[in-house]
Design a protein around this ligand. Structure first.
Ligand SMILES: Cc1ncc(COP(=O)(O)O)c(C=O)c1O
Length: 385
C-alpha cells in the first residue's frame, strides 16, 4: 500500500486489495463522521428522524447535485444503483411487444431486473452484442444503434461496464437514442468519482449511480436522477407515507423517495463530507485524483498485458480507474482462480467469466494502490495460467 496514504483507509495491510470497483472502500475519517451522526440520531431519535432529517437530506442532496451538475429537485437518494435501476424498470408500464434494449455487458443484477419486468409484461429483451476487445468507441455506438427498432421503448446503458471496465461513449449513445425517440436508463454504478459527471448535459431520461464505489462514501449511498417530465410515473419500490401526504410545498417525487420507512440515513448524509474529504487528498482535487487513478490503471494494464503476452484490449480513452485484461480460456474455473490468487498470493482481484467461456482479470486503481502490486499480480497469473 502507498505508505503516505495508508492511514487513510482501514484496509488489511496483508492483502493486495486490487478490487476497489466492487464495493469501494471508505476512508476512516468518513466512518468516524458517520459514527458521530449515528450517535446524534440515538441521542433523540424522534427529533432527528421526524424533525431534522428532511432539511439535512435537502442539504446533502444539494451538495451532491452541485458535484454531478444537476438540479437537486430531480435527485432521490437510494441505497444502491440496483435499487435505482429496479425503481425505474418496475415503475414503467411495458406492453407486449415493446422492446427493452440492453447489451451483453449489462450487469447481471440489472439484466435480471429487465428480465423480471419483461416476463411480467411480455415485452421483448433485445441484446446488442458489443465486442471486447475492441478498437474504438464507435463500435459500441454502432452495435447498439443497429438494434434499435420502432418498438424500442427503453435502452438500459452502462456508463462504465462491470465485466469489461469500459467507459461507454455515453454522450453519443444518449444523443442518438433520444434522437430516435428511445428513453435512456443509464446504469452509472461506477461513474461518480470515476469520470467527471455533468448529468444536465448528458440528457439521460434516468440515471442511477453509486456513491459508495468511487466517491468512497459509506455503503448504502446511491442516487437516482429522473427527468422532470417523468417524475410523476416513477414510484419508489417501497410505498409509504408520501403516497397520500397532503403537503403541497414539496413534490410527490420528493415526498415519496425521502421516506420509504425507517432506515439509517447516515450514508446519504455523509456524501457531502466524502466529496470534500476526497477532494482534499491531492493538490488538484478530484480531477487530480481521477487522473492519478487512471494513470495507475493504464500502467498496470500495460504490465499485465506485457507479462501475459496479451494485446491491449481497448483504446486508452475508454479506460478510467479500472481495466479488464482478457486471460483467454484458463485451465481452471474463474472462481477457483480467484480463490487461488487470494489464498496463495493474498491478492483480492475479480476474475470475470465471459460469455465465450474465456475470462478476464479486472483491476482497480485507487490512491492506496501502487504499481508493484500489479507486477506481482501479473507474475502470479503467469505462474498459474
Ligand atoms: C455496472 C454495475 N451496475 C450495477 C452495480 C450494482 O451496484 P450495487 O450493488 O451497489 O447496487 C454494479 C456493481 O458492481 C455495477 O458494476
Amino acid at each position: 500500500m502507498n505508505d503516505i496514504l495508508k492511514p487513510i483507509w482501514l484496509l488489511d495491510k496483508d492483502i493486495h486489495f486490487l478490487n476497489h470497483g466492487s464495493f469501494g472502500a471508505t476512508p476512516i475519517a468518513i466512518l468516524n463522521y458517520q459514527q458521530s451522526l449515528r450517535e446524534r440520531i440515538e441521542q433523540e431519535p424522534v427529533h432527528f428522524l421526524a424533525r431534522e432529517l428532511e432539511g439535512l437530506l435537502d442539504e446533502a442532496r444539494s451538495q451532491l447535485a452541485d458535484f454531478i451538475k444537476i438540479d437537486a429537485d430531480d435527485l432521490a437518494f437510494l441505497p444502491n444503483a440496483t435499487a435505482g435501476v429496479n425503481t425505474v424498470l418496475r415503475s414503467l408500464n411495458f406492453e407486449p411487444d415493446d422492446e427493452i434494449l440492453i447489451t451483453n455487458h449489462t450487469y447481471n443484477a440489472c439484466r435480471n431486473a429487465v428480465e423480471f419486468v419483461a416476463h411480467r409484461s411480455k415485452a421483448k429483451i433485445v441484446v446488442a452484442s458489443v465486442p471486447f476487445p475492441l478498437d474504438s468507441p464507435q463500435q459500441i455506438v454502432e452495435a447498439i444503434l443497429e438494434k434499435v427498432s420502432p418498438k424500442t421503448k427503453l435502452a438500459l446503458l452502462d456508463h462504465v461496464t462491470s465485466p469489461t471496465a469500459l467507459i461507454f461513449p455515453i454522450e453519443a449513445l444518449i444523443r442518438e437514442l433520444t434522437y430516435r425517440g428511445v428513453d435512456t436508463l443509464v446504469d452509472g454504478a461506477h461513474a461518480p468519482g470515476f469520470v467527471p459527471l455533468d448529468l444536465h448535459s448528458l440528457g439521460a431520461t434516468y440515471y442511477a449511480a453509486n456513491c459508495h464505489k468511487w466517491l468512497c462514501a459509506t455503503k448504502g449511498a446511491a442516487f437516482l436522477y429522473v427527468r422532470k417530465d417523468k417524475q410523476a410515473d416513477i414510484r419508489p419500490l417501497t410505498i409509504s407515507h408520501g403516497a397520500n401526504s397532503p403537503r403541497s410545498e414539496r413534490s410527490r417525487f420528493r415526498l415519496e423517495f425521502d421516506w420509504m420507512g425507517t432506515v439509517d440515513p447516515t450514508p446519504y448524509l455523509c456524501v457531502p463530507e466524502t466529496i470534500r474529504f476526497m477532494d482534499s487528498l491531492l493538490e488538484g482535487g478530484w480531477s487530480a485524483l481521477q487522473a492519478c487513478n487512471r494513470a495507475l490503471a493504464l500502467a498496470a494494464r500495460q504490465i499485465l498485458c506485457e507479462t501475459l503476452g496479451v494485446a491491449i484490449p481497448c483504446p486508452d480513452e475508454m479506460i478510467g480507474s479500472m481495466a479488464s485484461i482478457p486471460l483467454g480460456k484458463v485451465p481452471l474455473s474463474w472462481d477457483v482462480l480467484q480463490a487461488k490468487l487470494l489464498d496463495e498470493f493474498k491478492i483480492e482481484v475479480p476474475i470475470v467469466p465471459w460469455i465465450d467461456g474465456s475470462c478476464f482479470v479486472r483491476i482497480s486503481a485507487q490512491l492506496y494502490n501502487r504499481l508493484e502490486q500489479y507486477q506481482y499480480l501479473a507474475e502470479a497469473l503467469k505462474q498459474i495460467v
